[in-house]
Write a protein that binds this ligand. Structure first.
Ligand code: GLV
Length: 320
C-alpha cells in the first residue's frame, strides 16, 4: 500500500512525478493559488505525508484533522509556519530546506541594500513617469554603501553569507547573534556587538534572524529610535520581527533613509497598508530565494526527504 501524500500547491510535474513510486499523491491544483483553510483541513484527514509552503500554517488545529500524519515537508528553510512542539508531541517529523538557498538569498539582500541606498526603484519610476528632463548634480542622490558600517542581526548561514559579500564592499561588519561566531570573527574580522550598539552604529541594519518567540517584535519603536537618522533597514527574514506600526511612525517622522522589506507580518501585504504610501519603502513579495536554480534545489531537497521516507528510511534535513 502506498502512503498518501498531499501537496498544498501546484508544484512542477517533473518534480512531483517520481514520487508516485512511493505515494498516492493529491495536489491542490485549482486556479486559486492558496488552498482555502477548510479544504486543507479536509484534505489532510487521511494523509500520512504533507508537503507545504511557508504560507501554510501547520498548527494544533490542522493536526487534529490529520490523525495519520507522520511527516511534514516544508518548502522553506524558515519553519515558523509549523508548530514543531505540537508535531513532536505526536511523533510527527518535519523537514526543511537549509543550505541550498544561502547564496541566492544573500545575493538578494545585497540587491535590496543597494536598491534602497541608491534609490534604484524610485529612480526607475522617475524615468517612466517622464520626470527625467536633464541631469543635475543632486538628482536622485543616494547613500554610499562602500566603506559604510553594516550591522547584521542573526549570524547564521545567510547572515554570514551577507557579511562575506559586504566585505567585498569594504564595509565594517558588526553582528549580533544568540551565539558568538568566533571562527567567523577571526577569519573575516566580523565584530560582535550588543543589539543596542549595532543599532546605534550601523548605517545598514540587516535582519537575518529566524522568527520565533525570542525575535517577534524584536525591532520596535525603542530599537528604531536607537538607529541613525539616515540608516537603512533591510528585512529578508520574517515580517513579525519588525513592529510595522512602529516602523511606519518612525519613517513618517522623517527618520531612516529607506527600508527594504521582502517580508511582512501578513503576506501578501494589503495594498492599503500605510507602509506602501511611503516612497522610501521598497516592498517586495517574499522573493529572497526566488532564483530558478535555488527554488528547484529547494524542491529537490524536499523530494529527497520524501523519497527516503517513502523507502522507509529516515528523511534528510529533519528539523529537531
Ligand atoms: C524563505 O523565506 C525560507 O524560509 O525559505
Amino acid at each position: 500500500m502506498k502512503k498518501k501524500l498531499f501537496i498544498t500547491r501546484k508544484f512542477p510535474t517533473h518534480i512531483v512525478e517520481p514520487l508516485k513510486e512511493y505515494y498516492d499523491i493529491e495536489q491542490w491544483e485549482e486556479e486559486e493559488i492558496v488552498i482555502p483553510r477548510e479544504k486543507l483541513l479536509a484534505a489532510v484527514a487521511d494523509c500520512e505525508v504533507l508537503w507545504v509552503t511557508l504560507a501554510d500554517q501547520v498548527d494544533e488545529e490542522l493536526l487534529l484533522h490529520a490523525p495519520n500524519l507522520k511527516l511534514v515537508t516544508n518548502l522553506a528553510v524558515g519553519f515558523n509556519n509549523i508548530d514543531i512542539k505540537a508535531l513532536r508531541k505526536r511523533g510527527i517529523m518535519a523537514t526543511n530546506t537549509p543550505g541550498v538557498l544561502t547564496n541566492t538569498t544573500a545575493d538578494f539582500v545585497m540587491g535590496l541594500l543597494l536598491a534602497t541606498a541608491r534609490r534604484i526603484p524610485e529612480s526607475e519610476r522617475y524615468l517612466r513617469e517622464g520626470k527625467w528632463k536633464s541631469w543635475y548634480p543632486m538628482q536622485l542622490v543616494g547613500k554610499d554603501v562602500s566603506g559604510a558600517t553594516i550591522g547584521i542581526i542573526g549570524m547564521g548561514r545567510i547572515g554570514q553569507a551577507v557579511a562575506r559579500r559586504a566585505k567585498g564592499f569594504d564595509m565594517k561588519i558588526l553582528y549580533n547573534n544568540r551565539r558568538r561566531r568566533h571562527e567567523a570573527e577571526e577569519m573575516y574580522g566580523f565584530e560582535y556587538v550588543s543589539l543596542e550598539d549595532l543599532l546605534q552604529q550601523s548605517d545598514y541594519v540587516v535582519i537575518m534572524t529566524p522568527y520565533n518567540n525570542d525575535t517577534v517584535g524584536l525591532i520596535g519603536a525603542e530599537e528604531l529610535a536607537l538607529m541613525k537618522d539616515d540608516a537603512v533597514l533591510i528585512n529578508a527574514s520574517r515580517g513579525g520581527i519588525i513592529d510595522e506600526n512602529a516602523l511606519y511612525e518612525t519613517l513618517k517622522s522623517g527618520k531612516l533613509w529607506a527600508v527594504g522589506l521582502d517580508v511582512f507580518e501578513h503576506e501578501p501585504i494589503a495594498l492599503d497598508h500605510p507602509l506602501l504610501t511611503l516612497p522610501n519603502v521598497l516592498a517586495l513579495p517574499h522573493i529572497g530565494s526566488a532564483s530558478l536554480q535555488t527554488r528547484t534545489a529547494m524542491l529537490m531537497l524536499n523530494v529527497k526527504a520524501l523519497t527516503a521516507f517513502g523507502q522507509g528510511k529516515a528523511p534528510s534535513n529533519r528539523i529537531d
